[in-house]
Design a protein around this ligand. Structure first.
Ligand code: AMP
Ligand code: TRP
Length: 340
């Protein structure tokens, strides 16, 4: 089997939540464990702080959020001895490659990015250039390591596909087979964990309501309250998935339970058929707490051990810089620049 290089990242904006865990980080942990067993352990997990700057005008919390995300990676099970955990801005090659890719990326491709349209709001003229160029920086994050696999939630599929297209475009532009084409890895059942307040919207750091999401740092009482207040309907749980059609909130809560207990949604429906959500919610709460409590405790413990975290981030950046600078020098040469 060919060596696989995995890269992914989370933005240090707002609170890291259950959607980030199930959609992204839990997948990273599983994938890296299985690759490490095969001796194919090339994994890079980045805290993408430069992406955070595209939407965050408040600089006060950026550093704390960055450490929280680093702590969360480790608390969720990423092994810093086997993976490079690092901060994006500590590896300048990302932004340099982003510029080179910007010089070949057709505007038409960027104009298709749906997340820009969602985030920019109605008045796109007021949105910053960084927000528009964000997918090119994300492509650079991936391509600078020649990553082959990118485990993400569904909302990032289009961006990873753009990275793939830009890799192909670069190869044609320089007439070489330089970048491998990266693939998005999306776990179908956890690809979109939805808001607890509105089952048609994804659980998101940017939702104004804290009650729309379960934070990895929420205390047990707050998790209990958020699940108790989560929107549902008054119908009983059906005995098959088919009965969940158009019951988005019901489907989301049962899906979260299924994912946390490693069962299919179908078998969860059979297990709770006929019960009301008032009876199901305390059972879901127990499962959520048993998953998140140890993660929360570890995050808080690690945040207190800043020098340990700094050591890991330093080592991660060293590994990442080494890989990235080697590739960057080849890329500069391919583009005809005079190398340093
Ligand atoms: P972000 O919070 O946008 O930095 O996302 C970090 C990672 O979590 C990305 O891989 C996202 O696709 C994933 N993610 C974010 N929100 C969700 C969600 N509600 N369901 C599943 N995955 C998600
Ligand atoms: N854009 C991603 C998000 O909002 C975060 C991200 C930045 C990323 N660079 C990446 C994810 C590279 C995977 C690979 O969630």
């Amino acid at each position: 089997m060919k060596n696989q290089r995995i890269l992914s990242g989370v933005r240090p904006t707002g609170h890291i939540h259950l959607g980030n865990y199930l959609g992204a980080i839990r997948q990273w942990v599983r994938l890296s464990q299985s690759l490490s067993k095969q001796g194919l352990n090339e994994q890079l997990f980045c805290i993408v702080d430069q992406h955070a700057l595209t939407t965050q005008s408040d600089t006060n919390n950026l550093s704390l959020n960055t450490y929280t995300i680093a702590a969360a990676y480790i608390a969720c099970g990423i092994n810093p001895d086997e993976s490079a955990i690092f901060i994006q801005s500590h590896v300048p090659a990302h932004t340099e490659l982003a510029w080179y890719l910007s010089c070949i990326a057709p505007l038409g491709w960027l104009n298709r990015m749906t997340q820009f349209k969602d985030k920019a709001g109605k008045d796109t003229g007021q949105a910053c250039l960084g927000l528009y160029a964000y997918p090119v920086l994300m492509a650079a994050d991936i391509l600078i390591y020649k990553a082959t696999q990118v485990p993400v939630g569904e909302d990032q599929k289009q961006h990873v596909e753009l990275a793939r297209d830009l890799a192909g475009l670069f190869n044609r532009h320089c007439d070489v087979d330089y970048f491998p084409l990266p693939e998005p890895l999306i776990n179908k059942s956890t690809a979109r964990i939805m808001s607890l307040r509105d089952g048609s919207k994804k659980m998101s750091k940017s939702d104004l309501s804290d009650y729309s999401r379960l934070h990895l740092t929420d205390e047990n009482d707050l998790l209990t309250l958020k699940i108790r207040k989560a929107k549902t309907d008054s119908d009983p749980i059906p005995d098959a998935i088919k009965g969940l059609e158009s019951r988005l909130e019901a489907q989301n809560l049962l899906g979260i339970y299924a994912n946390l207990t490693e069962q299919t949604l179908e078998s969860v429906c059979q297990q709770f058929a006929g019960q009301l959500f008032s009876a199901f919610k305390p059972i879901l709460t127990e499962v959520v707490i048993s998953t998140l409590q140890p993660i929360r405790e570890k995050i808080f413990q690690l945040r207190e051990e800043k020098s340990y975290l700094n050591q890991i981030l330093h080592k991660g950046a060293e590994t990442a810089n080494q890989l990235a600078n080697k590739n960057l020098s080849e890329i500069r040469t391919l583009l005809g620049l005079v190398d340093r």
